[in-house]
Design a protein around this ligand. Sequence first.
Ligand code: GCU
Length: 135
Amino acid sequence: QAATTYEAENATISQGAAESNHTGYSGTGFVNYDNTTGSYVEFAVDSPTAGPATLTLRYANGTSTNRPMAIAVNGATTAKDFPGTGAWTTWQDSSLTTTLNAGANTVRATATTANGGPNLDRLVLGAPSAAGTPV
Ligand code: GCU
């Protein structure tokens, strides 16, 4: 199965904004989460089959403080750390395995600290990309 890319700037954004002032993103930009607990990006993910799947979030965190998020797949939440990447222009992949339904799924990435989330470039369903390589 080929990987499918969902750009964060095209997803549903609550308490955040699509921006493009730090280079290295794929698509037309990334989401800058508001620096507040509860800010989120929600992706509508279509899966051809039910079963295990790899989700890869590409992000940048130019601070030295972790920006943890709750990753909710159809409402079932996993906590993920998004530590500093060294610069806002340095993007890294962070993957998790989950279980998807056939057809429509929601994947919501919600900031769990007052710093908000990292800058979020995209979600890839399927094989993770080579780190840092725009698709
Ligand atoms: C800076 C940076 C933003 C980032 C923000 C943050 O303002 O330019 O892209 O989102 O810090 O701390 O969240």
